[in-house]
Design a protein around this ligand. Structure first.
Ligand SMILES: Cc1ncc(COP(=O)(O)O)c(C=O)c1O
Length: 387
């Protein structure tokens, strides 16, 4: 790749790039004018920074239909949100249900909690394309089941789980539901009230178009979690005991104000452009990719078939090409950024039958064009012909 060749970015599932202009602007403004520590001190700039956080919380509440913005706590990423929820909710001896298409940010804490808290975990196998059989799920509940944790969309397959049906089933059985919205926030409509979601872990840096180091956790007002971290919150400063008020109790330490300013701008951009428009556009692009891949010999894509719902992810593997070598050549010879390997989701690869070799993941985003998709398809075809 020549050093002046523009990068064709097809790795939005890892993090979105570039961010819309208002995100850059908001971060610069926050850095210049609101750089004080929010909630710590009553001087003008600290108050300004505090207001910025509140505005961001309100924008997120609007997006996810959260009644009280204080039920959203800022996190550094989805992983931190998932860990806060899992470690804060799960008790010794609990039975937890999850699926065979989860990211390591769910699977690893659960494995660790098996040892730390003697929990039991049932992993519901989806079919190869990521489809979940609700009858199988229903049979998995036991009197000890306290939580179902699942993604809204798989980061390998692009498949979508029926969250509203899962929450209904879980609530009938007296269990709560934690949703990993890493790949759906900003792309699929999420209404936590209507969908009866108990906890929603989401990134700020992917579909919400904010910068790295941003994310959040919605916690239903009737749920109380043990905080993952304790320390300074700016509130109840006279006490050595960690506060129980929201959202402070989940946000110990100085927050990422500059990043959150960018996140707010990303969410407002999204609210203006609408989640529905982004989904329609990204879905059409994935269909274009699938149709193109269909014509390339030896390639099998993972996840839903053509015409079915999926998020902006298409992973594929080729009989003739090693996934890592393909991604390397796309980068070096064509300037195309994709991700190869296991995508931190060995379970999903096992489900798809690609645990041995992994796959190449092409993921589109808010600014991807049809021409870019065609360029990627052409490059994949060249590489597979040259072998
Ligand atoms: C489904 C899923 N869950 C969790 C994560 C972890 O997200 P983060 O990088 O924001 O911690 C990812 C990241 O790609 C993901 O795709």
């Amino acid at each position: 790749m020549k050093s002046d060749q523009p990068i064709l970015y097809m790795d939005h599932a890892a993090t979105s790039w570039p961010k819309p202009d208002p995100v850059w602007g908001a971060m610069e403004k926050a850095m210049r004018e609101e750089g004080a520590n929010p909630g710590r001190g009553g001087h003008t700039m600290a108050v300004r920074a505090g207001k910025r956080l509140m505005r961001a919380r309100m924008a997120l509440a609007e997006l996810f239909h959260v009644r009280n913005p204080m039920d959203i706590a800022f996190m550094l990423n989805t992983t931190m949100a998932l860990n806060t929820a899992l470690h804060g909710f799960i008790e010794a001896g609990d039975h937890i249900i999850t699926t065979s298409v989860e990211h390591n940010s769910v699977s690893r804490p659960l494995e660790s909690l098996k040892i730390e808290k003697n929990i039991t975990v049932t992993v519901i196998e989806t079919d190869e394309s990521g489809r979940l059989d609700l009858d199988v799920l229903e049979k998995a509940f036991t009197p000890r089941t306290r939580l179902v944790v699942c993604n809204h969309s798989s980061n390998v397959l692009g498949s979508i789980l029926p969250v509203d049906q899962i929450t209904k089933l879980a609530h009938d059985k007296g269990a709560k539901v934690l949703v990993d919205a890493a790949q759906s926030a900003g792309l699929l409509p999420i209404d936590v009230e209507q969908m009866e979601v108990d906890m929603l872990a989401f990134p700020g840096h992917k579909g919400l178009l904010g910068p790295s180091g941003t994310g959040g956790l919605y916690i239903h007002p009737e749920l109380e979690l043990r905080p993952l971290m304790q320390g300074g919150t700016g509130s109840h400063s006279d006490s050595v005991y960690h506060p129980t008020t929201r959202p402070d109790c989940y946000e110990a330490g100085t927050p990422n104000t500059i990043g959150i300013a960018g996140l707010e701008a990303g969410v407002r951009f999204l609210l203006h452009e609408t989640v529905e428009n982004f989904y329609t556009k990204e879905w059409a692009l994935t269909q274009r990719i699938l149709c193109g891949l269909q014509g390339i010999k030896g390639i099998r894509w993972l996840g839903p078939e053509i015409g079915q719902a999926r998020t902006g992810i298409v992973s594929f593997h080729s009989e003739h090409m090693d996934a890592a070598a393909c991604a390397f050549r796309l980068d070096r010879e064509y300037g195309i950024a994709v991700r190869a390997g296991y995508h931190c989701s060995p379970l999903a690869h096992r489900t798809a039958g690609t645990l041995k070799e992994g796959a190449v993941r092409v993921s589109v985003g808010w600014n991807t064009t049809e021409q870019q998709v065609d360029d990627v398809l052409e490059a994949i075809e060249h590489i597979s012909k040259k072998g």
